[in-house]
Design a protein around this ligand. Structure first.
Ligand SMILES: *Cc1c(COP(=O)(O)O)cnc(C)c1O
Length: 229
C-alpha cells in the first residue's frame, strides 16, 4: 500500500511539474513520517521517496537508532526547541524549520562544536497566523542577513506551512506569495545563503504547490494513510 501510494503521489507531482514546465525530478518528495514506525518508513524509502521528514525529536532519535532512514536523507520539519538542538544537528541533513534568531544561534553554536556545517531552511509564516511559528515576510531579509554571518549554517531556502484551506484553491494565493518571496530573496546577494529549495505543499495540496513553484513537498497522509493520534 505504502509503495503504491508513493507511486501515485509521484505521478501527481509529475503532472503538476509538467503543467509548470519543470522536470519532475527537480521536485524533492519528502515523506512526513510522524507517528509512522520504522517499518513504514523503510517501505516509503523503498517506494522511492527522496527524503524523510520527522517533526518530533524523540521519534527521530528512536527511528534513527533503528536505522529506519537508511537510504534517504533525513529532514527535521517540526518546531525545534533549543534544548533539543544537540539531538538533531549533524543527524538531520536539513533542518527545514528554523524560525528564530535564538534557534539559529543555538544550531550555529552546536554545529561549530561538532566542526560541521548544518544545512537549514527558514520557516516563513506566510499567513501571518498567531498559531504558527515562522519568520514574517517583512522580517525575512534581515533574518537572512544575520544567518549569512553564521559560518556553520548553510541556508538553502524557505519552508512554509500555509493556513489550512478547504480546497487547494484557497491555499494557492499563499503558494504564489511564497514563490514571489523566494524570487525576491534570490535576487539579494548573500554569501552563505542560497535559494535552492522552496518547501511547501502537503497531502491535500502538494500538486497545487508544485504548480506554483514548490520544488520540495512534504507528504504524510497521502503516503501512510490517516494518523492515529
Ligand atoms: C505532518 C506534516 C506534513 C504532512 O502532512 P499531511 O497532511 O499528512 O501530508 C507536512 N509538513 C509538516 C511540517 C508536518 O508536520
Amino acid at each position: 500500500m505504502i509503495e503504491k501510494n508513493v507511486a501515485r503521489v509521484k505521478a501527481e507531482i509529475a503532472v503538476a511539474a509538467a503543467k509548470r514546465g519543470v522536470d519532475p525530478h527537480s521536485i524533492t518528495l519528502v515523506a512526513a513520517t510522524k507517528m509512522n514506525d520504522g517499518e513504514a518508513v523503510r517501505r516509503a524509502i523503498k517506494g522511492g521517496v527522496d527524503a524523510c521528514g520527522e517533526n518530533r525529536v524523540q521519534e527521530l532519535v528512536q527511528k534513527n537508532g533503528e536505522g529506519a532512514y537508511q537510504g534517504a536523507p533525513l529532514h527535521f520539519i517540526g518546531h525545534l526547541q533549543r534544548n533539543k538542538v544537540k539531538q538533531v544537528v549533524g543527524v538531520a541533513d536539513l533542518i527545514e524549520s528554523v524560525d528564530s534568531d535564538r534557534l539559529a544561534l543555538e544550531i550555529e553554536k552546536t554545529a561549530e562544536n561538532l566542526g560541521i556545517v548544518q544545512k537549514i531552511l527558514v520557516e516563513v509564516n506566510i499567513g501571518g497566523e498567531d498559531s504558527k511559528s515562522g519568520i514574517s515576510p517583512e522580517e525575512l531579509p534581515g533574518f537572512l542577513a544575520r544567518l549569512d554571518k553564521m559560518p556553520h549554517l548553510k541556508t538553502e531556502g524557505l519552508m512554509t506551512i500555509t493556513p489550512i484551506g478547504e480546497t487547494p484553491e484557497e491555499t494557492r494565493p499563499y503558494f504564489k506569495r511564497m514563490y514571489r518571496l523566494f524570487l525576491d530573496m534570490k535576487d539579494k546577494k548573500y554569501d552563505n545563503v542560497t535559494m535552492k529549495y522552496l518547501s511547501m505543499g502537503m497531502s491535500g495540496d502538494f500538486a497545487c504547490a508544485v504548480e506554483e513553484g514548490a520544488n520540495m513537498v512534504r507528504v504524510g497522509t497521502a503516503i501512510f494513510g490517516q494518523r492515529n493520534y
